[in-house]
Ligand binder design. Structure first.
Ligand code: PMV
Length: 328
């Protein structure tokens, strides 16, 4: 029996990963830059044994069906191939998410699984190698290996596509992100399918790729100089550009719902009233508000005028993936 356990926190991209140039290896079309957060995380333990006759996957104590086990099994196959260790495994994951708002994150999940496998099989992978491995589970997971600001260097092969921390002199500790959980029933298009359709059909996609390098540069510079306004502006504008590509896809689609628009509008109104805050959104209706820690309580209370407390989650910068003691 080979046991391992790890915890990884989720990350939210300030400059988005949107589009793959290789579906199999998960090589992205563009660099992305994220902030790892403390509010949502996954703990995963894995045990490999020759006694097992198949892989099984438990999420929050529940044995998962074939469909959700599939992603985990594909990942275990990669690990088995890389380590030349051919035993089946039991994977047990727990998602620590404040509310059941569909925020279970593939980023924290696959990063924790990569860490747990590394621990169980004694692979001694470096952070860079762990990032490459997690990437092949879910693209954004490669950034959750590290805490704080992280950039995923797109590369052009399995070897050179991985994430690295962005030096910031601990500036991330002065920031906060408030999640506005939108419960509207949105049309469910996974990030995988959304990206695929956008790359294949969106007439705005080439412009997205052209512009994203400029945004990455602006974000890096803002992080180096600790310029919150510059980071907020590029975060919000990059998010809007990503979402614009979906409207120009065929058939067109959007992740925005009426309440997402209400939240974005609220952020604009607060900004006009002098509050330093900016929004970002991913492949779903939730809106995340980037602000400075010193203003975060005030902004939280202002948001509470429009959204009930159950829909708001305050997050601060989180740590990188870490190995945990396994229970024997
Ligand atoms: O890693 P995935 O397949 O869940 O894709 C993530 C895509 C976005 O969340 C929309 C952007 C990003 O960079 O995280």
């Amino acid at each position: 029996m080979h046991n391992g356990k790890a915890r990884a926190f989720t990350n939210i991209a300030l400059i988005k990963y949107w589009g793959k140039k290789d579906q199999q290896l998960i090589l992205p079309m563009n660099n992305s830059l994220s902030l790892t957060l403390d509010a949502f995380y996954t703990e995963t333990s894995v045990s490999f044994s020759k006694k097992y006759t198949a892989d099984s996957f438990y999420l929050d104590g529940q044995l998962q069906d074939e469909k959700s086990t599939e992603k985990v099994r594909r990942f275990l196959d990669l690990v088995r191939e890389q380590s030349q260790f051919f035993e089946y495994a039991i994977v047990q994951s727990q998602n620590f998410v404040p509310t059941a708002a569909g925020l279970a994150s593939s980023a924290s999940g696959l990063a924790a699984l990569a860490g747990a496998c590394n621990d169980a099989l004694g692979l001694n992978l470096s952070d860079k190698e762990l990032s490459r491995l997690a990437r092949k589970g879910s693209g954004s997971a490669c950034r959750s290996i590290y805490g704080g600001f992280v950039e995923w260097e797109k590369g052009d092969s399995d070897q050179n596509s991985y994430a690295l921390p962005v030096p910031s002199n601990h500036w991330e500790d002065e920031l906060a992100m408030i999640f506005i959980l939108i419960n509207d029933k949105a049309k469910d298009i996974s990030s995988r399918n959304g990206m695929q359709r956008t790359v294949a059909t969106s007439t705005y996609y080439t412009d997205w790729v052209k512009n994203v390098d400029i945004d990455i540069k602006k974000a890096r510079e803002a992080i180096t100089t600790h310029d919150f306004q510059a980071l907020g502006e590029v975060t919000e504008s990059n998010c809007l550009k990503m979402h614009a590509t979906t409207l120009a896809a065929s058939p067109p689609f959007t992740y925005w719902t009426p309440n997402s628009l209400k939240a974005m509008n609220k952020v604009h109104t607060m900004r006009q009233a002098g509050q330093d805050c900016y929004f970002t959104m991913d492949a779903g209706p939730n809106v995340k508000v980037l602000c400075q820690k010193k203003d975060s309580q005030k902004i939280y209370h202002e948001l509470q005028k429009e959204f009930p407390a159950e829909q708001l989650v305050m997050a601060y910068a989180g740590k990188g993936m870490e190995t945990l003691e396994t229970e024997v």
